[in-house]
Design a protein around this ligand. Structure first.
Ligand SMILES: Nc1ncnc2c1ncn2[C@@H]1O[C@H](COP(=O)(O)OP(=O)(O)OP(=O)(O)O)[C@@H](O)[C@H]1O
Ligand SMILES: [Mg+2]
Length: 234
C-alpha cells in the first residue's frame, strides 16, 4: 500500500486555446463552479492581466492571484504557488495569444510537475477553425506532461459542426493519449451577458438574477457540472 504522501496533491487545470473569444473564460467560470460543488478548495490564477474578467467575478469569493504568464517571473510564481498550496485545486485562466509565453517558459511548469506531485490537466477550448488545432500542437510540444482534453464550445455550433477537429489526426492523437473530446454547453446570450457585464460568478448570479434567467443558468450549470465533474478527483 502506498503511503498517504505518495498520493498526488490536488490537480492543476489549465484552460487554454490561445485564440481570443473561443470561450476560455466561460469554461473557467463553469470549472470553478464544478470544483466548488465537489467541495474543493480553489485557487484561481488569472493570467489575463489586461482583461481579468474571471478574476473580477471571483476575487471576493475564492483565493485569486493575477499572474502574468507572458514572462518568466509569472511561471516561477505559478510553480511556487502550486507548491505552497497543495490542498487547493489550481485553475489557470489563460489569455489570448499566450502561445509565446507557453513556448518560452511553459517548461518551467512542465519540468516541475513531477516534483510538485500533482496532475496537470489541460482543457483546450476550440471554435470550428483550423488555427485552434495548429496552436494545440505547439502547446502539446511545450507542455508534454499535461493530459489534454479538447473542448468543442457549442456556442459555435453543435458537436457535428466541428468536423475539422472531429475528423483530424489530432483528435486521434489526443484520444490515444487518454484525453477526451468534450462538448461544452451553450448558455443563452442574455444570461452570459449578465455574467460578463456585471462580473458575476455563477453563485452570485444565482442570487441576483430574475427567476427566468436563473432557470436557464441552472440548466447550463447542471450540464456543465455533468461534463466537467468527471475531471475532478474524488
Ligand atoms: N458556451 C457559451 N455560452 C454562451 N456564450 C458563450 C459561450 N462561450 C462563449 N460565449 C460568448 O463569447 C464571449 C467570449 O467568450 P470568453 O470571454 O469566454 O472567451 P475567451 O476565450 O476567454 O476570450 P479572451 O481570449 O478574450 O479572454 C463571451 O462573452 C460570451 O458572450
Ligand atoms: Mg478570457
Amino acid at each position: 500500500m502506498p503511503s498517504k504522501q505518495t498520493q498526488p496533491y490536488e490537480s492543476i487545470y489549465v484552460v487554454g486555446g490561445s485564440k481570443g473569444g473561443v470561450g476560455k473564460s466561460m469554461l473557467v467560470i463553469a470549472l470553478i463552479d464544478t470544483a466548488l460543488h465537489h467541495g474543493k478548495k480553489i485557487i484561481l490564477i488569472e493570467s489575463d492581466t489586461s482583461n481579468p474578467d474571471v478574476w473580477k467575478a471571483h476575487k471576493d469569493e475564492i483565493q485569486t492571484h493575477l499572474v502574468d504568464l507572458d514572462v518568466a517571473n509569472g511561471w516561477i510564481d505559478l510553480v511556487n504557488l502550486c507548491d505552497q498550496n497543495r490542498d487547493a485545486v489550481i485553475i489557470i485562466n489563460t489569455a489570448a495569444r499566450n502561445n509565446k509565453g507557453v513556448s518560452s517558459y511553459g517548461g518551467t511548469l512542465n519540468s516541475t510537475i513531477e516534483e510538485l506531485n500533482r496532475k496537470l490537466v489541460t482543457f483546450w477550448v476550440i471554435n470550428r477553425q483550423r488555427d485552434s488545432l495548429e496552436l494545440l500542437k505547439d502547446y502539446m510540444e511545450a507542455i508534454p506532461n499535461s493530459s489534454v482534453n479538447v473542448v468543442r464550445n457549442s456556442y459555435f455550433g453543435d458537436e457535428g459542426k466541428f468536423e475539422l477537429y472531429n475528423s483530424s489526426n489530432l483528435r486521434e492523437a489526443v484520444e490515444a493519449a487518454g484525453g477526451k473530446s468534450i462538448t461544452f454547453p451553450d448558455l443563452a446570450d442574455r444570461v452570459s451577458d449578465d455574467l460578463y457585464s456585471r462580473r458575476m460568478s455563477i453563485s452570485t448570479a444565482m442570487k441576483e438574477l430574475p427567476i427566468g434567467n436563473r432557470a436557464e443558468l441552472t440548466r447550463w450549470r447542471n450540464e456543465s457540472r455533468a461534463i466537467l465533474g468527471g475531471f475532478i478527483d474524488g
